[in-house]
Ligand binder design. Structure first.
Ligand code: ZN
Length: 168
């Protein structure tokens, strides 16, 4: 059975393009709210052909594959799938919702205009694609910044101890 074409049936609840734009982010492209988005709103559908496990086995994996259940995977690599531009965050403001072999990206917090929309890609994807390069999300960058500050403070304490020892 060939992969289905892009399924175009839209969900009336999905806010779609009018509430976000794709533009430059820290990590390349990202998706940013252009209007306030309320918690629990469906922002955009994750679109792409639906693949069976057998079809997945027969082609090279790409990072936009999204497993909807144990039998089906959406290949979201197509450019018309704007949801593919949503970046990962370890402290996300959205979450994918899977229902009837379709995926919607749903707000899990109130999102302000200008905020980057993010969701947690999950442990497997994180380990395979994000960990090797270092996670660039807000939470991980803040953690690295505080670790560096901590290391600098520890060095300063060490230096002061050495200075005091030398002065004796
Ligand atoms: Zn992170």
């Amino acid at each position: 059975m060939p992969a289905k074409k892009l399924r175009s049936k839209t969900n009336p609840k999905v806010l779609g393009k009018r509430v976000f734009r794709v533009s430059r982010s820290r990590t390349g492209l990202g998706v940013f709210a252009t209007k306030p988005i309320k918690k629990n709103a469906y922002i955009v559908e994750y679109l792409g052909p639906l693949l069976t496990n057998a079809q997945c086995d027969a082609r090279p994996e790409n990072r936009y594959w999204f497993e909807v259940n144990s039998r089906w995977t959406i290949d979201g690599a197509t450019r018309s799938n704007l949801a593919r531009y949503i970046n990962h965050s370890c402290r996300p403001n959205a979450d994918p919702m899977i229902r009837d072999r379709r995926i919607w990206i749903k707000a899990i917090k109130n999102i302000e205009a200008g905020d980057e929309i993010t969701y947690d890609y999950g442990k497997d994807h994180w380990n395979a694609y994000i960990k090797p390069k270092g996670c660039l999300c807000v939470k991980c960058r803040a953690k690295r910044t505080s670790e560096r500050a901590e290391a600098r403070a520890a060095n300063a304490r060490k230096r002061k101890r050495a200075e005091r020892a030398a002065a004796r």
